[in-house]
Design a binder for this molecule. Structure first.
Ligand code: GLN
Length: 475
């Protein structure tokens, strides 16, 4: 049961081979045994999980079950879930119990009937690429427990990779679904901006944040995505579009698929072992009937600088709500209101979050706004235009997800710029709002996983998932 796909689990539940309570207990026991070492979950609540599983079993017995009813899933701790501690990886929210459900949580649990196994560890406020900024400690990569799982959805990735959960949610502002998926040998998809509601998903950089699925395969991601999407009047950037079946292209052969290879993604800056695995995966796509064309994303080298202006700017504004007044950490002692704000924020936020707030406040301040923020917005437009031009020549763009395999815990924490540069292949996608996924592409040195990134045109999630599924069937 631990290694079954979502489709197989759904079958096992439908044919009464196992109940949701039994299945959930299996995973809860495994979490109890292995999580103290991996640290993928920050909150587990057996009683809550089993109550959801009992409700799912009742739905299955009554014949009112949906396709994933009764299947357990892990939730990134950025999603507010009623009655559950929702920390966002921060001391600031360490004791915050959400009074309401995020739309994603409501859809997956109340509507689809999936069972929550708990909340997963993450970089503090999703700021990081290695899960090392979490107030709740680092997460170990199950493939090598001396290495990072990637971030910021590192707990979700490690949970699925260690089979503490069949699947999980993540969020991706600059790569936080795709990068940990790559480093933990999973498939993870960041949808087109506006497809998954951000209501109740604690905001980092609102114009970039998107929730999405992380699982063992593209097929699992497609089924999971089906439960997450839909127009939401509570999110002003939610898109009102017809509901799609993201599994519809899974059986579509790859004949005629045109894959664009940006020359900027295949030059220097990527480890040779990663490049070799990525090239071998692309050759496999060609064997399956795809053709490759070279394309160019001439401004892609500017995506990291643009992102690290825009994302902190939005974060500095979003995080101003954590002032110790209504909720979140409040300092025990203070002299006046200003002192209370200062002490609460100084104590509640970790160093990386403070760095982002400082950078963001700086680039938005009088005299620097035009030089940094407006300039970054102009780059953002150029980067989006590069993709539009490239997509005139191809259907999908492919390249590495990460420039390296998983690195050692603590290896990059002293050098934020080094850490930020690891986002070189993923942030442009968020700046443009495009959908992209990462799927396993083989292994580099030391048997560590390598991810292949596929970037699609707006709303072509089904297309990406279909291509990845065909690759996964063949490999
Ligand atoms: N690594 C990037 C950052 O630290 C992206 C994080 C994310 O996607 N949430 O900002």
């Amino acid at each position: 049961m631990i290694n079954k796909s979502l489709k197989e689990l759904a079958q096992a539940l439908a044919t009464k081979q196992i109940s949701s309570v039994e299945l959930s207990t299996l995973f809860l026991d495994r979490i109890e045994r292995l999580n103290p070492d991996i640290n993928a979950f920050v909150t587990v609540d057996r009683e809550k999980t089993l109550a959801m599983a009992r409700a799912a079993d009742a739905r299955i017995a009554a014949g009112t079950a949906g396709p994933l009813t009764g299947i357990p899933v892990a939730q990134k701790d950025i999603f507010c879930a009623e009655g559950w501690t929702t920390t966002c990886g921060s001391k600031m929210l360490a004791n915050f119990v959400s009074p309401y459900d995020a739309t994603v949580i409501r859809k997956m649990h109340s509507e689809a009937g999936m069972v929550s196994l708990g909340k997963t560890n993450m970089d503090e406020f999703a700021m990081g690429s290695s899960n090392e900024t979490s107030f709740f400690g680092q997460v170990k990569n199950p493939w090598d427990r001396t290495r990072v799982p990637g971030g910021s959805s590192g707990g979700s990735a490690a949970a699925v990779a260690a089979r503490l959960a069949p699947a999980a949610t993540g969020t991706d502002t600059g790569g936080s679904i795709r990068q940990p998926a790559a480093l933990c040998n999973l498939t993870g998809l960041k949808p087109t901006y506006g497809v998954v509601s951000r209501y109740g998903m604690i905001a980092f950089a609102s114009s970039l944040d998107q929730g999405g699925p992380m699982a063992a395969s593209a097929e699992d991601c497609a089924l999971l995505l089906n439960t997450m999407v839909g127009f939401d009047e509570r999110d002003s950037t939610s898109l009102d579009r017809p509901v799609e079946d993201y599994a519809r292209d899974l059986d579509k052969p790859l004949n005629g698929l045109r894959i664009g290879l940006p020359k900027e993604f295949f030059g220097e800056g990527c480890d040779a072992e990663v490049m070799a695995a990525v090239r071998a995966a692309i050759a496999e796509y060609e064997k399956l009937g795809a053709t490759c064309v070279e394309v160019s994303l001439p401004n892609s080298h500017l995506s990291v600088p643009a992102y690290y202006v825009i994302a902190p700017a939005e974060a500095s504004s979003n995080l101003s709500r954590f002032d110790g007044v209504r909720y979140g950490h409040r300092a025990a002692e203070y002299t006046d209101l200003n002192d209370m704000y200062c002490k609460s924020r100084a104590e509640g936020f970790g160093p990386e979050v403070k760095r982002r707030i400082l950078v963001g406040t700086y680039v938005l301040s009088h005299g620097y706004y035009d030089a940094y923020y407006i300039k970054a917005q102009k780059l953002r437009r150029l980067i989006a235009q590069d993709f539009a031009a490239a997509f005139e020549q191809c259907d999908i763009i492919a390249g590495p997800t990460n420039p390296t395999v998983a690195y050692g815990l603590g290896e990059k924490t002293a050098d934020p710029v080094q850490m930020y540069l690891g986002d070189i292949y993923t942030v442009a996608v968020n700046l443009a709002g495009l959908p992209a996924l990462s799927h396993p592409a083989g292994f580099g040195a030391g048997g560590l996983p390598v991810g292949l990134q596929l970037i699609g045109k707006y709303f072509h999630e089904a297309n990406l998932l279909g291509a990845a599924h065909q690759f996964q069937l063949a490999t």
